[in-house]
Design a binder for this molecule. Structure first.
Ligand SMILES: Cc1cc2nc3c(=O)[nH]c(=O)nc-3n(C[C@H](O)[C@H](O)[C@H](O)COP(=O)(O)OP(=O)(O)OC[C@H]3O[C@@H](n4cnc5c(N)ncnc54)[C@H](O)[C@@H]3O)c2cc1C
Length: 368
């Protein structure tokens, strides 16, 4: 794609918009084709966490340089209430934010709305209500294609005080976690489960009950949003091929907790820089994210095989160390974790009917 003047991107999520802004600012003509009628996918104001680990660079600084002068609402998080399997609560505190809460969706101060405005200011053209096929585009940013993880959540107004709460208990959310996030009168309460997709609804009700007893959330009968997380490892050799896959469509998400916004933004920017410089995308992302993916896989393996023991270890670390630094340490490469990643790949073998195609070097696709 060297010296290309016109670039077509499929998907107006964080990954596609980050690519679009970077390319348009460099003077290319950019068209984004989006299936829905606006940006933000199925998110309508939902709160999410923009992680501020394992990267040393501050996530707010990184996002603001992408947005230019376009404002976005961000709530820095320096304290988390974390509940373990026994119901015991510990506080994880950090001197620098371990993350920023933000809204998702088309609102101008939500992440997707702000990215759209920055893209329009850079001259990006949007075609909404348009399903793009990979063979028609240069960059695919269409989000996940399969579900290894499922989340159910409720989003609405609240009088609860601001806060970040999570519960780690396999009897509530098998292989995942429950969460209650509150920022300036908005709240999201949800359950993420990995593998046991059929138990997502039950996990949601158990999570609501748990936080009703612990934090006073109201009785909620039905989730307002269901979503899935697609966890696979991209293949550095195959990801040079056109079209480039970015964000969750390219496997750029964290295997431990499924956080994908920051990697979506970073992979989108990186792919655009590769288009501009003519550098191959595969080696570029391998250099930036390769080790982190391996550590993420090892972390997930520990999380699932260690079960409640692993959750207790995580909480004890969180309670006596800086919480952001705990997040950073989890991704620090070491020989034991490298060996665990190899073991994880061997135990969770890639399925022969994997639908990620040439991009995928490893996944544990579920059917159904
Ligand atoms: C309930 C839930 C909670 C989450 N919470 C967090 C969190 O707190 N922190 C975090 O970091 N991550 C979180 N995630 C993950 C995060 O939402 C994703 O990692 C992130 O949105 C991925 O961005 P993306 O741009 O790759 O894809 P998406 O945001 O999925 O965007 C893809 C876009 O492509 C469009 N599209 C799809 N197919 C086509 C097509 N054929 N043609 C054109 N357009 C198409 C879609 O409509 C969509 O707008 C959560 C996910 C869920 C489901």
């Amino acid at each position: 794609m060297e010296n290309q003047e016109h670039v077509v991107i499929a998907g107006a999520g964080p990954a596609g918009l980050a690519s679009a802004i970077t390319l348009a600012r460099a003077g290319l003509s950019v068209e984004v084709r989006e299936l829905r009628g606006d940006v933000g996918g199925h998110f309508r104001g939902n709160l999410q966490l923009l992680t501020n680990y394992p990267d040393l660079e501050d996530a707010r600084t990184e996002l603001c340089s992408l947005l230019g002068s376009v404002p976005v609402s961000l709530w820095p998080q320096r304290s988390a209430q974390l509940f373990g399997p026994s119901g015991k609560c510990v506080s994880g505190r950090s001197s620098e934010p371990f993350g920023y809460l933000l809204h998702r969706g088309p609102d101008p101060t939500a992440l997707d709305g702000a990215l759209k405005r920055a893209a329009e200011e850079a001259g990006v053209q949007f075609r909404f209500h348009t399903r793009a096929r990979p063979e028609e585009v240069d960059i695919v940013a269409t989000g996940g294609a399969a579900a290894q993880g499922v989340a159910r959540e409720w989003f609405g107004r609240t009088e609860l005080p601001d806060g970040f709460h999570a519960v780690f208990d396999n009897r509530i959310c098998p292989g995942g976690f429950g969460y209650l996030l509150v920022a300036e009168g908005y709240t999201v309460v949800g359950a993420a489960v990995v593998r046991h997709r059929e138990r997502a609804q039950e996990a949601f009700h158990k999570t609501v009950r748990f936080f009703r007893e612990r934090a006073g959330v109201p009785r909620i009968e039905h989730p307002t949003l269901s979503g899935s997380l697609d966890l696979f490892l991209p293949d550095p050799e195959r990801t040079n091929m056109r079209p480039l896959h970015v964000g969750e469509a390219g496997g750029f998400a964290d295997h431990l907790f499924g956080f994908g916004i920051r990697l979506a933004l970073q992979s989108g920017v990186l792919a655009a820089q590769c288009v501009l410089s003519g550098r191959a995308f595969g080696p570029a992302w391998e250099e930036h994210f390769g080790q982190r993916f391996e550590m993420g896989l090892a972390n997930r393996f520990l999380y699932e095989t260690g079960g409640h023991l692993a959750y207790r270890w995580f909480l004890s670390k969180a309670s006596c160390s800086d919480f952001r630094e705990v997040g950073q340490a989890l991704y620090k490469p070491n020989a034991a974790k490298r060996a665990l990643a190899v073991l994880a790949r061997a135990v969770w073998k890639k399925q022969p009917d994997c639908i990620h195609g040439a991009q995928c070097v490893w996944c544990r696709l579920q059917k159904g």
